[in-house]
Design a protein around this ligand. Structure first.
Ligand code: AMP
Ligand code: MG
Length: 366
């Protein structure tokens, strides 16, 4: 059985109270006949760590009734991992030949454009909306600039030796190939100017959460789950004991510990962007992976980390990147436009939160 569950418009105190009450009712019912099996796993996909905790209601024959699998045969974490892998290889990767994004990029400049699936079209609509709302601080055409800095390869050990900063002329040339407003989409086709490419690195993990949530909604024997795809986390349904989901927010000054936790009911996506995730240091200066599309340099807006909570994973992921580029004041304005809850950690350690966030965030003991 599955508890009926209503999302609140925004996370907050009322949300937690709802979750606790639902959970209490659920626990009582659960005492009747249901048992829960916890599926717990950690894997790698989309170039990041995927960790899953999924509660499966077992012992009620529900799974067998719906698709003939016994409770024990049902491995939702494997299904989800395959889904993330497929999403990366077939749709989102700019690196993998054969993905939709790769094909679109290789057809840049073609007068007939490139065919666009409805899934990718929906995701690009979110991206372009955030680009416009953020005055271009978020821009999926940043690919050429990001390749030039090549921070991903250097921070993961794919390149060794001395890191040489890209020369300013190369940066301004790469910037010529950017600009989200030059993208056209119509009648299921996308038109990119010659030499422009799209890079969905800032939204892919959040978009994966949306796909995972759709999958879970079609699996009635899953009662609750918390799933993280790199810096983006989905809460789904309820825990067997009715408690809230507690999601740790990494301390950008010491990534081995949590700054604190947010307590949420199911149905929320929490994305974090920070300059501590991928970077190289040269002469004591940190060059990281989030670019300011205005300058072509790593964003330097006074923030060290940004966490955003919305119901949509793609949106929370896009907004965390956008707010990081915009900095405190403009980032808060952007979050407000979308009704998102935000926590920002400044370079000076100052923590800034939206009102709703103050109600669900608990700072760790220092
Ligand atoms: P995230 O970790 O979600 O903030 O996303 C960072 C990734 O998004 C980078 O590794 C780049 O691939 C891409 N990216 C960097 N800067 C931007 C930007 N200003 N707008 C959109 N995507 C970006
Ligand atoms: Mg992001």
């Amino acid at each position: 059985m599955k508890p009926s569950f209503e999302k609140n418009k925004k996370p907050g105190k009322t949300g937690i109270i709802t979750a606790v009450l639902c959970g209490a009712a659920f626990t009582l019912a659960a005492c009747g006949k249901d048992d829960y099996r916890l599926v717990n796993s950690t894997d790698t996909a989309m170039g990041t760590i995927i960790s899953q905790r999924i509660y499966v209601v077992s012992g009620n024959g529900l799974k067998e009734e719906t698709d003939g699998k016994t409770d024990q045969e049902f491995a939702p974490d494997r299904d989800i991992l395959n889904m993330i892998d497929t999403m990366e290889t077939d749709e989102l990767s700019w690196r993998i030949e054969g993905s939709e994004v790769y094909r679109i990029n290789s057809q840049a400049g073609a007068p007939e454009g490139a065919a666009l699936s409805s899934e990718l079209s929906e995701l690009l609509d979110i991206c372009l909306d955030v680009s416009e709302a953020s005055d271009g601080a978020f821009d999926i055409t940043i690919g050429d600039v990001a390749r030039l800095w090549n921070i991903d390869a250097w921070s993961s050990g794919g390149e060794t030796g001395e890191y040489i900063l890209p020369p300013p002329e190369a940066i301004s040339e790469a910037l010529d190939n950017t600009g989200y407003e030059k993208i056209d989409m119509e009648n299921g086709r996308i038109f990119l100017p010659e030499n422009m490419s799209i890079d969905l690195g800032a939204v892919g993990k959040g978009a994966a959460l949306d796909r995972i949530e759709d999958y879970l909604e079609n699996e009635p024997s899953v009662s609750g789950a918390v799933i993280s795809v790199g810096g983006s986390v989905l809460t789904y349904g309820t825990k067997p004991d009715g408690a809230s989901w507690n999601i740790g927010i990494v301390d950008p000054f010491d990534t081995s510990r949590n700054l604190g936790v947010v307590s949420l009911e199911g149905g929320w996506c929490i994305s974090t962007s920070g300059d501590y995730e991928r970077f190289v240091e040269v002469d004591g200066v940190r060059y990281h992976h989030i670019m300011d599309p205005e300058s072509g340099y790593p964003a330097d807006s006074g923030l060290h980390g940004v966490t955003v909570i919305t119901e949509s994973g793609a949106l929370s992921d896009a907004l965390s990147t956008a707010c990081f580029v915009l900095g405190k004041e403009r980032g808060l304005e952007l979050a407000e436009k979308y009704g998102a809850e935000v926590l920002m950690v400044g370079d000076d350690g100052e923590i800034t939160m939206t009102d709703g966030m103050t109600e669900i965030f608990n700072l760790s003991n220092q």
